[in-house]
Write a protein that binds this ligand. Structure first.
Ligand code: 4UW
Length: 503
């Protein structure tokens, strides 16, 4: 019986069968079945029109990997940082770095010098890839990094004296250096995240973690396109320097044969022009971008005429918002939601494309294959039954190795038996669908009771509440959470607004 299978011992498992995670590196995994698309663009800039086909990108990745070893003298395990807006070369640069056995990290180009320095010292960065606009700041930061080797610049005039190399030259070079063996357990990526508390910390994600998440989402009911959808265009403006843009958009689209059209910054005019010029079939959004599309009078039904599938994540997209969007387009567009965090590569929950999912409102979906969860009461730390709110704990092959050099944070986020505490308050229903209702880290304690402020009043969290009306009330009262998480997603979205369209 369905319920018993998913929920024995109050541990929820995925409704999908277990999948095998291949023991291969990220680059091997993404590109292994892409030969048939050699003439199809994999990555296009909506603003400049610059683009790379699958065939060209594969060659450029290979050349860059060799040049990083032979010319830049980088060694396996060295950390290379990207300080870039969304440009079509992003996939070439990040995969060239990975193929060379190096570890990638990325930072928001709008970070202040001190923030970049702190992050790059923390992860012992040995090389930085950037654009000429940021070069001056980057060279100042680089001069303060012990053992630093080289800076690589995309576009612009290169000053060889300052030990700056041109990406274009590195990609054109033809070396024949041996590429190192990569173990699935090697660290592929160190994104920075605050997690559930404190300053940003380096999140150690292995090749296995990233590949696992690409395999876990590769299912007909999740992210795999139908044969007719392969090679269609996907429009994104979400930053590649965040795990959503990097793994769930860039790596996923390349693996499944979509053409990624990216904007280096968001302005309503640029986004609308991209919709008209590229006629995308897929859109990747955060709720604030969906709200813009649903409510701006500048966006008409015609602008969205080609759009059939939308994926939203990073913050709650309410049923009301989805409804508003559907009214605007006047058709039944598929809208999928994903939930996850940097620490989980990032996806753990996803709304499947099936009949049951279409009857569920405000859900972030079911567990991905190979993923387990439990919901732990904030009142007495017992494992919760369906409909009872508590903190979401997850386990799966996409869960990070841990934070870089931070035992204290590791002890806080992992339980002794290996569950990752998400810091999000959720409940699940009898069919294994999850609903995000709050974030623990914004909870406050008043006289020892946990609760939160809503409209200036303190609300205690309700323990095992049985009645549906009451649960509805809990969800009605989440405005503060929605604001908090929306603020985070807005900042993700707005980060792109300040970026210059400079390459
Ligand atoms: N509903 C409510 C959601 C949701 C959410 C995330 O910056 P990070 O570390 O990571 C992200 C990840 C975004 C993401 C994950 C999986 C996925 O499929 C997708 O797109 C389709 C995007 O933002 O922040 C993690 C925190 O963000 C909140 C939640 O609080 C989580 O701990 N969050 N997704 N659908 N809240």
């Amino acid at each position: 019986n369905r319920k018993a299978r998913y929920m024995s011992n109050k541990i929820v498992t995925s409704p999908f069968p277990t999948v095998e995670i291949p023991k291969e590196s990220l680059v091997q995994h993404v590109w292994k079945n892409t030969d048939k698309w050699d003439d199809v663009p994999v990555s296009t800039c909506a603003t400049s029109g610059r683009n790379y086909t699958y065939g060209l990108a594969r060659q450029a990745i290979n050349n860059l990997a060799q040049a990083l070893i032979a010319d830049c003298k980088l060694q396996p395990g060295d950390v290379v940082a990207l300080v870039l807006p969304n440009i079509p070369e992003n996939i070439i640069i990040s995969h060239g770095i990975s193929l060379a056995g190096l570890t990638l990290t990325f930072a928001n180009p709008l970070y202040k010098e001190d923030e970049l320095k702190r992050q790059f010292q923390n992860s012992s960065v040995k090389a930085i890839v950037t654009i000429s606009l940021f070069l001056e700041v980057i060279l100042r930061v680089a001069s303060q990094l012990p053992g630093y080797k080289t800076t690589i610049c995309v576009g612009g005039e290169i000053d060889e004296i300052k030990n700056v190399r041109s990406l274009q030259n590195l990609i054109m070079e033809n070396h024949t250096s041996d590429l190192p063996e990569i173990s699935p357990q090697d660290i592929a990526l160190i994104p920075y995240s605050s997690g559930t508390t404190g300053l940003p910390k380096g999140v150690l994600l292995t090749h296995h973690n990233l590949v696992a998440n690409l395999v876990q989402t590769d299912h007909n009911e999740l992210c795999r396109p139908t044969p007719e959808e392969v090679n269609k265009k996907a429009l994104t403006v979400l930053p590649y320097f965040h795990i959503y843009g990097y793994n769930s958009i860039m790596n996923t689209c390349a693996k499944i044969g979509l053409t990624l059209v990216s904007l280096p910054k968001f302005t309503p005019e640029d986004y609308i022009r991209a919709l008209l010029e590229h006629r995308p079939y897929f859109l990747f959004v955060v709720p604030s971008l969906l709200l813009f599309l649903a409510s701006s009078s500048a966006v008409t039904k015609n602008h969205l005429a080609s759009v059939e599938v939308i994926t939203s994540g990073a913050a709650p997209a309410t049923e009301g918002l989805l409804q508003k969007f559907r009214e605007k387009v006047g058709r039944d567009v598929t809208i999928k939601q994903g939930y996850g965090m940097t620490e989980t590569s990032p996806v753990t929950l996803f709304t499947p494309r099936n009949k049951m999912a279409s009857t569920k409102k405000d859900t972030v979906g079911v567990l991905l294959p190979n993923t387990e969860a439990k919901v732990v009461s904030l009142i007495d730390e017992t494992d919760c039954e369906p409909y009872s709110p508590g903190e979401l704990y997850v386990k799966g092959p996409q869960v990070m190795l841990g934070y870089l050099n931070n035992n204290k944070a590791n002890t806080e986020i992992f339980t002794q038996d290996g569950w990752l505490r998400t810091g999000d308050v959720v409940y699940y229903d009898k069919d294994g669908y999850f609903y995000v209702i709050d974030r623990c880290k914004e909870l406050i304690k008043v006289k020892g009771n946990q609760g939160r402020h809503v409209d200036g009043k303190f609300h205690e969290l309700i323990p095992d509440e049985e009645e549906f009306e009451h649960r509805a009330e809990i969800r009605e009262n989440v405005s503060e959470h929605r604001l908090c998480v929306a603020r985070k997603a807005d900042s993700l979205f707005q980060q792109t607004q300040g970026l210059w369209n400079c390459v």
